[in-house]
Write a new protein. Sequence first.
Length: 117
Amino acid sequence: MQPTPPTPAPTQHLRTTLRRYLWAYDYFRDVTRGTPFEQEQNYRYNRQMGVHLPAFIRRWAFLTLVLFSIGALLEELLQLVLPAACCYVTGTWSLTIAIQLMVAWLWLKRFPRLHER
């Protein structure tokens, strides 16, 4: 009797992997929907998931740094203004996401309940 070979693990697409690595919003629940009890439960869940936000903030901050560095390299050394501008704009977008995540993290740490009574 031959042992059965292990089944290969399903592969993920690079796009899916990058989205899970960078996009924090998929890990949180909407607290504006449902009954007040469900809203409170979703907020409690979001507070528990908030411990992962600093890792996402670091990833987006690093991406911002890389994009601005590439932009500076393209602009100063290679005199390519348009690609540098694209890097700066994309870097600004990633900085905006990092700031949004920082605000969300501080909010979840500061306010333990959804509605103060």
